[in-house]
Design a protein around this ligand. Structure first.
Ligand SMILES: [Zn+2]
Length: 99
């Protein structure tokens, strides 16, 4: 009788271990799928990103904030445009705000 009980508990342990392994691999697969999905979301943001540019003659960059040090030297106007527009007119990201 004792031996039979021990056998049963051993079997139960074996089952637990094997089921644990399966669940771990399942979790891993799910997490990789999730990270892939979030990367795709980052590539195509629905929300428009606004940046700030100086309309001055020597301005070549766009800024993340309108209180950037780079904009304090601006001789023209500070305009708020979308990131897409800024790229379209050939602006680069400011080294001060996009560090
Ligand atoms: Zn800046």
């Amino acid at each position: 009788m004792l031996i039979a009980l021990q056998m049963q508990s051993l079997e139960a342990n074996g089952h637990k271990q094997s089921s644990k392994k399966v669940s771990q691999t399942e979790v891993k697969a799910e997490s990789t799928q999730k990270t892939n999905a979030s990367k795709e979301l980052n590539k195509k943001p629905k929300k428009k990103i606004y940046v700030y540019i100086c309309t001055g003659r020597y301005a070549r960059v766009f800024h993340a904030t309108n209180y950037c040090k780079g904009l304090s030297r601006c001789r023209g106007e500070i305009k708020e445009i979308t990131l897409k527009q800024a790229r379209y007119i050939g602006r680069r990201a400011c080294r001060i705000c996009y560090d």
